[in-house]
Design a protein around this ligand. Structure first.
Ligand code: R5P
Length: 291
């Protein structure tokens, strides 16, 4: 087995190679002046099980194409099997038709990746697990929430209240609760499908004087966390932190979250940023060792 360091996750791939002891294959990559991607595998993959590590956060479309090109290059160079480790799987939020005339985007992505030669996919905290049913190759989801919760334990925060910003994500708060040893709960979130605007409410939540960590799979514009932090402040929470697997942190999301009273934003290196304080390398390495 060899690890290909996709250009979007070269640092993470390097860490995985170090932890597993698996040989790494670097990638020569550049973007042409017109925006097209050039990629070349700098190593031999013949008869190897090749693991390509490539996240697909912004610019999503380029990174998906790069992943497809790397898989196709590995296939062309006679790799025996190709596993894609895609920490952040773009387009997983469009896993069904919400409004007439839409596409099921993740289904198209799945078909594209399979056509490029990928035999199986491993991803982390995919937004909607059902999205993986649309892949016709094996697709596995693993959770980094316990790793994020351990970060707070190491920081000395025990028995914090693990909160998810909506009911559907309560399982995330519960995974964190299992590590933190405190309570878990959720807010209610409603989304307008036409405008994308969301609103949140708290029902029967007792966080007065407590340390609360808001756990989510993704922080994008930060609107969800800002809304949750405002409610927690109104409800008298003493300390508020937030943790997510995929810190997309678009625009001034970080500033808005901190301005809303959140003391720290913690994310993984699924999406490299200064909030990436928890590496996925141990989790992915463990998974690869079991393959
Ligand atoms: C949505 O259901 C997700 O779990 C996140 O809560 C959402 O993607 C966060 O988006 P934003 O940061 O833009 O509010």
């Amino acid at each position: 087995m060899k690890i290909v360091l996709g250009p979007a996750s070269a640092e993470l791939g390097e860490k995985i190679s170090q932890l597993t002891g698996l040989e790494k294959i670097t990638v020569a990559s550049r973007i042409f002046p017109d925006g097209e991607s050039y990629l070349r595998l700098e190593g031999n993959v013949q008869d190897e099980h090749v693991v390509i590590v490539q996240t697909t956060c912004a610019p999503q479309d380029s990174r998906l194409i790069q992943l497809a090109f790397l898989a196709a290059a590995a296939k062309r160079n006679k790799a025996k099997k190709i596993t894609a480790v895609v920490p952040y799987l773009a387009y997983a939020r469009q896993d069904k038709i919400f409004l007439e005339g839409e596409n099921v985007s993740i289904e198209t992505i799945a078909a594209m990746l399979k056509a490029a030669g990928i035999d199986q996919i491993i991803t982390i905290n995919v937004h909607e697990v059902n999205a993986l049913n649309l892949f016709t190759i094996p697709a596995k989801n693993i959770s980094a929430i316990p790793l994020l919760a351990e970060y707070f334990i190491k920081k000395g925060i025990k028995k914090a209240f693990a909160l998810s910003p909506d009911k559907g994500a309560l399982y995330i708060a519960q995974q964190a609760q299992a590590v933190l040893g405190g309570e878990a709960g959720h807010l209610e979130k409603q989304r307008d499908r036409y405008t994308g605007q969301t609103s949140q409410t708290a029902k029967g939540l007792n966080v007065k004087g407590k340390t609360v960590i808001i756990f989510d799979d993704i922080i994008s514009t930060g609107g969800t966390i800002v809304g949750a932090a405002k409610i927690l402040s109104e409800q008298g929470a003493e300390h508020v932190y937030t943790a997510c697997v995929h810190g997309l942190l678009i625009g001034d999301a970080e500033k808005r979250i901190l301005d809303a009273g959140v003391e720290e934003i913690v994310a993984t290196d699924s999406v490299p940023s200064k909030a990436s304080k928890v590496s996925l390398a141990p989790l992915i390495s463990q998974e690869l060792k079991a393959l």
